[in-house]
Ligand binder design. Structure first.
Ligand SMILES: [Zn+2]
Length: 527
C-alpha cells in the first residue's frame, strides 16, 4: 500500500478522514521512494500538515523507524509537535487504537513513540547543532530550512544518519532570496519538479507562475483562456538527472487557494499588497533577487590607505599610532560537501578605537594544522596581545596555538544563541567565548559603514574583498536578521575579521576575560 493511501486510510483531521484531494500535489511527495527530497513551498499550501502526516505514516509502515524533525526555533518545533503531529496521532481513531498504548515510556513535545517501536524526535537548530548531537535517526526532516544555516548545521546532523540503513533526508521551506541555501544548495541540485496544468481549451501545458494570473481566475499562458483546473495537474521534472527529488508547490497549485472566486480574489489582493519579493516567495514559491547588501565595493575601496604589508619585517610606518595588535582566525576544515579555507586577520588598535588591518592571509588548503606554524609566526611578528580562533572544528588548532604563542592570549569562540551577548565559555578543552553570530558579524559591517577600519592599498586588499562582499543580510521568517553568504562564495576572511574584532575587545578589557560560572539562558537550559 502506498504511503498516500495509507495516510488516507488511517489519519483523521478535524474529525474527518484525511483526504489528499485537497492537497493533490502532495500525493507524489508521500509516495516517492527517493532518499532525498526538497519541497519549495508557498505559504498556505498545507506543508506542515503534510509533513506531520508523512512522518507519522512512515513510522507506522516501518516498525522501529526513527525520525528526527528539525525546525529553526524551539517555538516552531513545539508548535509542529503539539498542534500538527500530536493531533494526527491522538485524534485518528485507528492510529490511537493500534499504535498508542498507555504504558509507552515517552510521549512529550520532544519525543513521541508508537507501539511498533518507531520514534519521533523533535528538536531545533538555527546555526549550531549542539542539541542534535548523539541522536541516531533513519530520517531527518528539516522544516523552514530557509532559516537554518545548513553549512553550520548539516555536518553534525548527517552524523545522526550514519548508522542508519535508510539515511533519508527531507528539506522543506519557503524560498527567500536567490542566494538562500534552499535555492542554491537544495533547489538548484534537485529535479525541480513543477506542477504542470494542461489547458482545457488549447491543450497547452502550463508551469504555474505569474503568467497564469488572470484577473478573475487562473488562465492559460498560451491562449489566455481559463479557468485552469489545478486538480488535474501532473508533476513534471525539469531536471530529472539531478540528485535531489525536488517539488515546487506554489499557493496557486492548490484548488482551495484558486478554486472559488473568493479564494482567487485573495491571491489578487496579495498581488496588490505584497512586495514583488514577498509575492514571489509566498505565493509563487520562487526565490527572489538578492537580500540586502549593506556594504559595497566602493565602501571598501574608500577604506584603503597607502600602506602595504609584506611577509617579512614589519614596516614601522604601518605601525604608526598602533597601541597593540590582536589576531582573529577562522580555521578551515573539510567536510563532505565543501572545503573551507583558513583565514587570518591581524588588527592594530589605534588610539581612537579604530582598527588597522596590519596583515591578512587566506590559506587555501583546508588543513588548519598545516598552516599553524605560519600563523604563529605572523602572530609573533606583531607581538599580538589577544588571539581568537573559532572553536568547534578549530578546537584542536586553538589548542596548538596555545602551545606556540601562549595559553594566556589564545581564546576560542563558538557561535551560539541569539541573544546578542558575549559570554565566557568554560570549555575545559577550549576556553574562550560564546557569542551571537549575527551580532559579531554586525560589528564588521558596522565598522565598514562607520569607517572605523583602515585597509591597505587596494591592490593588496582586493584579494580579500570578495569575502566581505559575499555577505548579505536577510530577514528570516522568524523576523530575525541574519548574515548569510552564497554557498558558492566563501566568507572565511569576514569571520577572521570578526574574531579579530572580538580579540580587540578582549585585549582592551572591554570583554571580561572570564567569569566563574557559565551563565545559561533559561530558555536553553531544558532543551
Ligand atoms: Zn490554452
Amino acid at each position: 500500500m502506498s504511503r498516500s493511501v495509507l495516510a488516507e486510510k488511517l489519519i483523521y483531521l478535524e474529525g474527518k478522514p484525511f483526504s489528499l484531494d485537497a492537497y493533490q500535489p502532495f500525493r507524489a511527495v508521500y509516495d516517492t521512494k527517493h532518499p532525498v527530497i526538497t519541497l519549495m513551498c508557498g505559504r498556505q499550501v498545507g506543508k506542515s500538515t503534510s509533513l506531520a502526516n508523512f512522518l507519522l505514516t512512515e513510522g507506522i509502515s516501518i516498525p522501529q523507524f526513527r525520525s528526527l524533525f528539525v525546525a529553526p526555533s524551539k517555538e516552531q518545533t513545539s508548535r509542529f509537535s503539539n498542534t500538527r503531529f500530536a493531533k494526527a496521532l491522538f485524534f485518528s481513531p485507528k492510529i490511537r487504537r493500534h499504535f498508542v498504548t498507555n504504558d509507552m515510556p515517552a510521549n512529550n513535545v520532544m519525543l513521541r513513540m508508537l507501539s511498533n517501536g518507531s520514534e519521533f524526535f523533535f528538536t531545533y537548530a538555527h546555526d549550531d547543532a549542539e542539541r542534535v548531537r548523539g541522536i541516531s535517526a533513519d530520517r531527518i526532516c528539516f522544516d523552514e530550512v530557509q532559516s537554518i544555516i545548513l553549512e553550520a548545521v548539516e555536518p553534525v546532523i548527517r552524523e545522526c544518519l550514519a548508522a542508519s540503513q535508510y539515511k533519508y533526508r527531507m528539506y522543506c521551506g519557503t524560498p527567500l532570496s536567490a542566494e538562500n541555501d534552499i535555492e542554491v544548495m537544495l533547489w538548484q541540485k534537485s529535479t525541480q519538479g513543477e506542477w504542470v496544468v494542461q489547458c482545457g481549451s488549447c491543450g497547452g501545458h502550463n508551469i504555474l507562475g505569474f503568467q497564469n494570473l488572470g484577473p478573475k481566475f487562473l488562465i492559460c499562458a498560451r491562449c489566455e483562456k481559463g479557468p485552469l483546473d489545478v486538480r488535474k495537474g501532473k508533476w513534471f521534472l525539469t531536471m530529472p538527472d539531478n540528485p535531489i527529488m525536488g517539488f515546487r508547490i506554489p499557493q496557486i497549485a492548490l484548488h482551495r487557494n484558486v478554486g472559488t472566486p473568493e479564494a482567487y480574489q485573495s491571491i489578487m489582493d496579495k498581488l496588490r499588497d505584497y512586495s514583488k519579493a514577498q509575492f514571489n516567495n509566498e505565493v509563487l514559491g520562487i526565490s527572489d533577487s538578492l537580500g540586502a547588501r549593506l556594504i559595497s565595493l566602493d565602501m571598501l575601496k574608500g577604506l584603503c590607505h597607502d600602506y602595504r604589508w609584506t611577509e617579512g619585517l614589519v614596516d614601522p610606518v604601518n605601525m604608526h599610532n598602533v597601541m597593540m595588535c590582536v589576531a582573529g582566525v577562522d580555521w578551515g576544515g573539510q567536510s563532505q560537501t565543501n572545503v573551507s579555507r583558513t583565514a587570518l586577520a591581524i588588527w592594530g588598535i589605534l588610539p581612537d578605537g579604530k582598527l588597522r588591518l596590519l596583515f591578512a592571509k587566506i590559506y587555501p588548503s583546508g588543513h588548519a594544522i598545516q598552516d599553524l606554524d605560519d600563523i604563529a609566526q605572523h602572530c609573533q611578528r606583531f607581538a599580538i596581545r589577544a588571539f581568537v580562533g573559532d572553536s568547534g572544528e578549530g578546537m584542536m588548532a586553538n589548542a596548538q596555538m596555545r602551545q606556540k604563542i601562549g595559553a594566556h592570549i589564545v581564546y576560542g569562540n563558538r557561535y551560539v544563541g541569539q541573544n546578542g551577548k558575549i559570554k565566557w565559555n568554560k570549555n575545559q578543552n577550549d576556553p574562550g567565548y560564546q557569542s551571537d553570530r549575527t551580532m559579531i558579524l554586525d560589528q564588521v559591517m558596522h565598522g565598514v559603514i562607520t569607517k572605523s577600519f583602515e585597509f591597505p592599498h587596494w591592490d593588496q586588499f582586493e584579494h580579500f574583498s570578495d569575502d566581505l562582499l559575499s555577505a548579505y543580510e536577510e530577514t528570516s521568517l522568524m523576523n530575525r536578521r541574519v548574515w548569510k553568504h552564497a554557498a558558492t562564495r566563501p566568507d572565511d576572511f569576514l569571520h577572521a575579521c570578526a574574531l579579530g574584532w572580538l580579540a580587540s575587545k578582549v585585549a582592551t578589557g572591554q570583554v571580561i576575560m572570564y567569569q566563574d560560572q557559565l551563565t545559561i539562558d533559561p530558555s536553553e537550559a531544558n532543551a
